[in-house]
Design a protein around this ligand. Structure first.
Ligand code: CAA
Length: 380
């Protein structure tokens, strides 16, 4: 067993870390205040190849795997989690399913523009009555000749405002079980009747765009179906296996930023005539943060390795997401405690890290959904 990153993985990590330090950390506070991302960031991410990291080289991407994506996302999220989730969703919830399930025509049509960042991708699954119960989607797609007509509203869609292409899960059969009557459609936002609805005001990752997406009599051709008709729920779940590795990487990145901030502050802040790092109460917090983060990182890399090697990673991805998100929040809480009153103000970025960490236990399957996935695998 080799615990070292490969040369390529190390290069991706160094590049992403350098970008995070130079471009993301200085802007993260402003992203949080403005509730958007500096538009320059998108072109920089594209130039570095990060928007097409997992898209094949034949389509203009970097042709790398989930391990490189995990390593990159950890670094980006340590810099700015709003940017991190944007890249994660774009790569793992759009580029990946098209690569895996798309026809040659669909790949030719969409992957080159996703790879360059000309199009930003969004994943439209959640609805007001279909959150954790994702199979209950009611957005409908009805056949009209060779076309399909889509009607419905999706919520909590990451990248909503910026999306050029959406993967929209629709009910196409109401006579079978919920999971067996869902189809995935590739819907360009330039389609007539496709609009962006309300934008959410969030607790954390405020720079990222989270919106409703409204589809009113949107007509798409038969070639917009990704995979088979009525087989979309399995695509949704398989895609989320990969997405959850991305969010777990985000959790580790935020947690690492918390640990780094804690080490720095503990060395600088003096009380009772000594830096607070001299007290065991602080030392033990740092030791626990570091140990749990390392365990989370190993779970993330195991899940990424399994996916890259064509093995089922459902349980490993759920375990990585569950553990890393809980540890991220543990680290954020301890970090804020170490900073004391100062950490509770916006003089330090730790209050933002504290808010950003919280979402990792909620989206792409809440912690209890991960527990359901893990326990079902154990009991099946
Ligand atoms: N890969 C492939 N197929 C899978 C699968 C996977 N990981 N998981 C389940 N399936 C298949 C099952 O084998 C089953 O197929 P058969 O009928 O042929 O046996 C079918 O899908 C139905 O599976 P379940 O019976 O397990 O379905 P369920 O209705 O009980 O749902 C669930 C299971 C785990 C609760 C699922 O609904 C779930 O993951 N919910 C959470 C949804 C979620 O994560 N939403 C996040 C949305 S994206 C987001 O957060 C916003 C963003 O932009 C970041």
């Amino acid at each position: 067993m080799n615990f070292e990153l490969s040369e390529q993985e190390n290069l991706v990590r160094e590049m992403s870390r350098d970008f995070a330090q130079k471009e993301l950390i200085p802007r993260a506070k402003q992203h949080d205040i403005d509730e958007t991302i500096d538009p320059d960031i998108f072109s920089q991410l594209s130039e570095l190849g990060l928007m097409g990291l997992t898209i094949g080289e034949e389509y203009g991407g970097a042709g790398m795997g989930n391990m490189e994506l995990a390593v990159a996302l950890e670094e980006l999220n340590a810099g700015c989690a709003s940017v991190g989730v944007t890249v994660s969703v774009h790569n793992s919830l759009l580029g990946s399913p098209i690569t895996k399930w798309g026809t040659d025509e669909q790949k030719q049509e969409w992957l080159p523009r996703l790879a360059t960042g000309e199009l930003i991708g969004a994943y439209c699954l959640t609805e007001p009555n279909a959150g954790s119960d994702a199979a209950a989607v009611s957005t409908s797609a009805v056949q009209d000749g060779d076309d399909w007509i889509i009607n419905g509203t999706k919520i909590f869609v990451t990248n909503g405002e910026w999306a050029g292409l959406c993967l929209v899960y629709c009910r196409t059969d109401t006579t079978v079980s919920n999971a067996n009557g869902v189809t995935a459609f590739l819907v360009p936002m330039s389609s007539e009747g496709a609009t962006v609805g309300n934008k959410e005001k969030k607790t954390g990752i405020r720079g990222s765009s989270t919106t409703e997406m409204i589809f009113e009599n949107v007509r798409v051709p038969a070639s917009a179906v990704l995979g088979e008709v009525n087989a979309g729920f399995k695509i949704a779940m398989d895609t989320l296996d990969g997405g959850r590795i991305g969010i777990a990487s985000q959790a580790v990145g935020i947690g690492q930023a918390c640990l780094d901030a804690s080490v720095k502050y503990a060395g600088e802040r003096e009380q009772f005539g000594r830096p607070i790092a001299a007290f065991q109460a602080i030392q033990f917090k740092l030791a626990d943060m570091s140990t749990r983060l390392e365990a989370a990182r190993l779970l993330v890399r195991k899940a990424a390795w399994l996916r890259d090697n064509g093995q089922v990673c459902t349980q490993a991805a759920a375990q990585a997401k569950l553990f890393a998100s809980v540890i991220s929040n543990f680290c954020a809480d301890e970090c804020l405690q170490i900073h004391g009153g100062a950490g509770y103000t916006d003089d330090f970025h730790v209050e933002r890290l504290f808010r950003d960490a919280r979402i990792t236990e909620i989206y792409e399957g809440a912690t209890d959904i991960q527990r359901i996935v893990i326990s079902r695998n154990l009991l099946s």
